[in-house]
Structure formats: structure tokens, C-alpha cells
Ligand binder design. Structure first.
Ligand SMILES: Nc1ncnc2c1ncn2[C@@H]1O[C@H](COP(=O)(O)OP(=O)(O)OP(=O)(O)O)[C@@H](O)[C@H]1O
Length: 251
């Protein structure tokens, strides 16, 4: 079973340190961790550091994965459209990247499964360049999922999706985490999604970790005032789930 631990992790672009001192005790297989924080807090940079795309101090420790360099999958915030490929071709390419180029029936079945689970099978033979923003985001998610990573980093994966799609994909991703023992780290601005879907919330502000724990312990009115600068309440919805209600910007 895979596990992920962050020991005093930092990240820098060139000599400019952006993130420092992020330590998270071992995250176990099947867990969903929401990474929250204001704009420019360093969430994307932390993801890039964990994915090995930027350098920095500290250690990202992955254990229990037999996939080597393919253990970690990364879905970036913005994915550039490449008009030369169809959606299906891009998924095939994503699935075979880093392995042998021969395509087996299993590969095709797996890709079909992801296309149907994300409800985008009808896009299969469209060029990437003609997709809407939301469709592009779903395809980018599919590209990450078909690689079957043990750890999946998703950077604001629902920011371009309508309400139905948001719930549908977050439920699917959490199901995948539970069934496949995958660890999912997901950067979110919608704190209600973090409350609803995450097991753990990691709060980043100004490049530093401010809290890491159960969603309702991290997302509090005090935190929202101090870090997000809003006056807000956490109330129970009719399903008895915690819900953030923002009243006004804090003075
Ligand atoms: N390639 C880069 N070179 C230098 N600085 C960068 C680079 N990319 C991002 N930064 C800076 O790093 C800081 C953190 O950016 P990052 O994208 O990690 O924040 P974020 O928390 O993901 O923000 P958002 O919620 O707005 O997407 C910002 O000040 C940004 O300007």
C-alpha cells in the first residue's frame, strides 16, 4: 500500500523560495487530502515540488509503490490544448507514456472506463483544440487517471465545471481513491467541496503550512477571518454536513 510523507518540504523558482517547511505525517492509501489557501499561497508550487517539477529542500517520501517514476500523477491547473491530437489519442499517449508503446486490450478497456466514468465518451474523436474550458478540464483529468498513478495531484480540477460535473467528478475521484488505494491531493478554492470530499485538509498561506488536520478542525470561522479575510459562519446543512457561509469581506 502506498504512503506519502512530506518532511520539511520547500520549493523555489531559481533562487526565489516560494514554499518552505511543509511537513505532513504519512498519508495512507485511499486518502483524499484537500490543499487550500488564498491566491498565490503556493499550492501549485507545492504540487510541482511533489511531482518533481521544481526543486527545493526537504524530502517527499513515497513508499509502498511499485511504479517508480510513474507513482505520482499530476493534473496541472491549466492544460494547453494541442489541436493535432484527438481526445482519444491524447489518452492513449498519456497511458503509454513511460512504458512500452504496444497497446493491449487492457489499455483500451481502461481508457473506455475512464471516458464513461467522467461522462466524456462523446468527446473521444474531437480534436483537443475544439474543446470548451470545462471539457478540456475533464480531458486533462482523464489523462491523469488513465496513467493509474498511486498518488494523484489535482490542481483545481473543478474550477471550470458546472455544479453537476463538480459533484460527479469529485465523487468519482474519491471512489477511485478508496477502491484502488490511490492517494489524492486536490487543490481547491471551494471550501465546501473540501469539507465534503476530503479526509484531511492542508492549509497553505504565504508559502507556509498553517494547519493540517480534519476538515472541520481546519476550516473554522477564525481561520476564514485570519487567512481568507472574510467574515463567515460554519453551519450545518439539512444533511447535517458542515457548510461555509460567507457574510462579508473582513475589515
Ligand atoms: N515560474 C515561476 N517563477 C517565479 N515565481 C512563480 C512562478 N510560478 C509561480 N510563481 C510565484 O509563486 C507564488 C505562488 O504561486 P502558486 O501558483 O504556487 O500559488 P497558488 O496557491 O497555486 O495560487 P492560485 O490559488 O492563485 O492558483 C506566486 O507569488 C507566484 O507569482
Amino acid at each position: 500500500m502506498v504512503s506519502l510523507q512530506l518532511d520539511n518540504v520547500g520549493a523555489a523558482y531559481g533562487r526565489k523560495a516560494i514554499v518552505s517547511g511543509v511537513s505532513v505525517p504519512a498519508i495512507g492509501a485511499g486518502a483524499v487530502v484537500a490543499v487550500i489557501g488564498p491566491n498565490a499561497a503556493g499550492k501549485s508550487t507545492l504540487f510541482k515540488r511533489i511531482a518533481g517539477l521544481v526543486k527545493g529542500p526537504g524530502a517527499v517520501r513515497v513508499s509502498g509503490s511499485g511504479k517508480g517514476r510513474n507513482a505520482i500523477g499530476y493534473m496541472p491547473q491549466d492544460s494547453a490544448a494541442n489541436a493535432v491530437l484527438s481526445v482519444y489519442e491524447s489518452l492513449l499517449l498519456a497511458r503509454k507514456q513511460g512504458s512500452s508503446w504496444s497497446v493491449a486490450d487492457d489499455d483500451l478497456v481502461y481508457i473506455d472506463g475512464v471516458l464513461h466514468a467522467l461522462n466524456i465518451a462523446e468527446l473521444s474523436f474531437l480534436d483537443l483544440g475544439v474543446l470548451s474550458g470545462g471539457q478540456r478540464q475533464l480531458v486533462s483529468m482523464a489523462q491523469a487517471l488513465v496513467r493509474e498513478p498511486d498518488i494523484l495531484l489535482m490542481d483545481e480540477p473543478t474550477s471550470a465545471l458546472d455544479l453537476h460535473r463538480q459533484v460527479e467528478v469529485l465523487e468519482f475521484v474519491r471512489r477511485q481513491a478508496r477502491e484502488r488505494g490511490m492517494i489524492v491531493m486536490i487543490a481547491l478554492h471551494d471550501l465546501n467541496q473540501a469539507l465534503r470530499f476530503a479526509d484531511t485538509v492542508l492549509l497553505i498561506d504565504q508559502g507556509a503550512m498553517r494547519a493540517c488536520g480534519a476538515p472541520s478542525a481546519v476550516i473554522t470561522a477564525t481561520m476564514l477571518r485570519q487567512i481568507y479575510r472574510v467574515e463567515a459562519r460554519i453551519e450545518k446543512c439539512s444533511r447535517n454536513l458542515d457548510h461555509v457561509i460567507v457574510d462579508t469581506a473582513a475589515a
